[in-house]
Design a protein around this ligand. Structure first.
Ligand SMILES: [Zn+2]
Length: 299
């Protein structure tokens, strides 16, 4: 990095912004509510306001923005964002016009992977694979400190590779996608199907630790699917490190049980890839966004 930059994490309920020093340190942090009920133009205004609070007038610092959803490589429109009013909008182009500068926009999984690869658990890894395991499931590939997007902007879209033919239907239209098996809601649904009881991931793990056999069975299946899905990536990419983020990444049992589940599906007689917990917590998204401004060629 050669200069300061701005990072913005555009969430459904809040928009967080930071000003990052050339050394990667956060110099200033500010948050505003998204107020998505105000609509698309209102959100653009909120972002512009945040930017003006993070820099002095006319400064025009490099700016990166992270958001859930994906940017189409074909038409530049945002898709699959949980902030519904942004979907189908040329947000990238509109923000560049409004803020008068080139802006780097990436999905939240890529921002997470970049931040952890540069400043967190994957620091100094030549090839890092970052995974978000939460309400949604995503992934990002970072090569020598830069996000690898691919020509179709889908590199690292781990959440929608398929591991069970004719498996559960996913919102993307596919069946047996990793997201439809490994997300927090998918784990809760598997438990509800097995027991008739409604519980979230935390509750299911608490039951498992109390010796509940249904919770044990459901979570064992989750680990088995995780092992297959992760081995598929490692067999192709062979990253130096895998970093896990998102709500489910705080489950200790994953780090105890996943290595064997991955090894069982790996094209190698041992698993040497470290599977690590995130180090930057909830800040990874906004840190990754600020790093974008200094680390991508194709934003
Ligand atoms: Zn899918």
């Amino acid at each position: 990095m050669t200069r300061e930059s701005l990072g913005i994490d555009l969430g459904g309920t809040k928009i967080e912004g930071i000003r990052m020093g050339a050394d990667g340190k956060v110099l200033h942090r500010h948050r505003v509510p998204t107020e998505q009920e105000g609509g698309y133009e209102h959100i653009l205004g909120r972002i512009a306001q945040l930017v003006s609070e993070l820099e002095t007038a006319g400064e025009g610092l490099p700016l990166g923005i992270g958001t859930p959803g994906s940017l189409s490589a074909r038409d530049g429109l945002l898709k699959n964002s949980n902030t519904q009013c942004l979907n189908g909008q040329p947000i990238h182009e509109d923000l560049q016009k409004r803020l008068g500068r080139r802006i780097h926009l990436e999905n939240d999984a890529n921002c997470f992977a970049l931040a952890e690869a540069r400043l967190g658990a994957g620091r100094d890894a030549a090839v890092a694979f970052g995974v978000i395991l939460g309400t949604g499931v995503g992934g990002g590939i970072v090569l020598s400190g830069r996000i690898w997007n691919g020509p179709q902007h889908i590199a690292g879209e781990w959440g929608h590779h398929k591991i069970i033919a004719d498996g559960p239907l996913c919102y993307c239209g596919g069946r047996g996608c990793v997201e439809s098996l490994l997300s927090g809601p998918a784990l809760a649904e598997a438990y509800r199907t097995a027991t008739g009881k409604i519980s979230d991931a935390e509750g299911i793990l608490a039951s498992l630790r109390d010796g509940d056999s249904a919770a044990h069975e459901v979570f064992s299946r989750w680990i088995r699917h995780f092992g297959i899905a992760m081995a598929n990536v490692i067999n192709i990419l062979d990253p130096d490190v895998v970093v896990l983020g998102g709500g489910l990444s705080n489950i200790d049992e994953i780090y105890q049980l996943a290595p064997a589940a991955i090894a069982a599906n790996l094209f190698n007689d041992e698993l040497r890839t470290p599977i690590l917990r995130h180090q930057l917590g909830d800040s990874a998204g906004v840190l990754g966004a600020a790093l974008l401004a200094n680390s991508t060629d194709n934003g």
